[in-house]
Design a protein around this ligand. Structure first.
Ligand code: TYM
Length: 333
């Protein structure tokens, strides 16, 4: 597409406040991978309206999220950082792919089942076809790789199935993408209930560390994290609270669970929790500072938004035109 580099696509929803789970499972890996690939990082605002949102709040959160991508270390001159709603190709391709996705496949999506339970008064068609829009996001840019947390794997598998189905009918139109899941941090759990994932929508603020939490809050939340009986720092399924804190520690430091067990051998939960808090604070502080600086620089951000949406539209329309031709829509002359 651009040069010899492979293509990477990923996105996040501008809903709620980003958590350490989003950072460890996705954003941090995005930054690491961004040298190796030609990257498209989208603020997926079309996805956000499957649940009712206050318009002004959605607009503000979407802009903050876009700024946060840059603050986390993604160079917007090199990586295409843009709003999904600024590229109409996402919705157009999603319609076409809807016609190549089966109801039975969408019925099996666990995220649809969870969200329908949570929002029983608003089980709209968009919530149901959400994974098709996600497939369109990825296939529109012919992405080779898609870095995500473990909770998105089922959607990625569906994307691959739809791409292969389309290719079997029309020839090699889409690149079939590979998921990229980091060795650590792919599934960060709630600090209050390690059987659940850490989530933006958790009602208990102590369950999640938010990217914009101040140092004292982060340290306090880590100290209050639910731990297990016993006193040793061991990476075991029977100790889900400590296992989660080790995952967080490893995601922040790049260390392995075995190294972490050794490092804290003979030390108690209190000392370990304090250390986890500190490494999280150290990681997030520069991101928070840069976010504050960038937020003030409105002209710069507006220029990035404009330039990158043009770039995204250019590449998206190439794939879209090809797909439209393949399915039999008339040429544009
Ligand atoms: P979203 O906005 O819920 O989450 C953004 C990214 O963060 C990861 N993540 C986690 N990783 C580890 N531990 C956690 N507790 C945790 N919580 C969230 C997610 O796996 C994700 O990578 N549908 C997607 C957004 C999307 C997308 C796409 C992603 C739309 N189109 C195309 C990739 C490619 C979503 O709602 O992610």
């Amino acid at each position: 597409m651009f040069n010899d580099q492979k293509i990477l696509f990923s996105g996040m929803q501008a809903t709620g406040t980003l958590t350490l789970g989003n950072y460890a499972g996705a954003l941090k890996n995005w930054v690491t991978l961004s040298d190796e690939y030609q990257c498209f990082y989208s603020v997926v605002d079309l996805h956000s309206i499957t649940i009712r949102r206050d318009p002004a709040d959605l607009r503000k959160r979407a802009r903050d999220l876009l700024i946060l991508y840059i603050a986390a270390g993604l160079d917007p001159e090199k990586n295409c950082i843009y709003y999904q709603s600024h590229v109409s190709g996402h919705a157009e391709l999603a319609w076409i792919l809807n016609c190549f996705t089966y109801m039975g496949e969408l019925n099996r999506m666990t995220q649809f089942k969870d969200k329908s339970r949570k929002h029983a008064d608003n089980i709209n068609a968009g919530l149901f076809t959400y994974p098709v829009l996600m497939a369109a996001d990825i296939l529109l840019y012919q992405a080779d790789v898609v870095p995500v947390g473990l909770d998105q794997m089922q959607h990625l598998e569906l994307t691959r199935d739809v791409a292969q189905r389309f290719n079997n009918i029309y020839g090699d139109v889409f690149t079939v993408p590979e998921p990229y899941v980091g060795k650590t941090g792919a599934s960060i759990k709630s600090l209050q209930d390690p059987s659940k994932k850490m989530s933006k929508s958790d009602e208990n603020p102590n369950a999640s560390i938010y990217l914009m939490d101040d140092p004292d809050t982060i340290i306090r939340k880590c100290k209050r994290a639910v731990t297990d009986s016993g006193s040793e720092i061991l990476y075991r399924d029977e100790k889900p609270g400590i296992k989660n804190l080790i995952d967080i520690y490893c995601a922040m430091t790049g260390k392995k669970p075995e190294e972490t067990e050794k490092e804290f051998d003979g030390k108690g939960y209190g000392e370990f929790k304090a250390a986890v808090g500190e490494v999280v604070v150290d990681q997030l502080r520069p991101v928070q500072q840069r976010f504050e600086e960038l937020s003030k620089n409105k002209d710069y951000i507006n220029r990035i938004i404009k330039e990158n949406s043009e770039k995204a539209n250019y590449y998206a329309s190439k794939t879209l035109r090809k797909v439209q031709r393949k399915v039999g829509f008339p040429d544009r002359g």
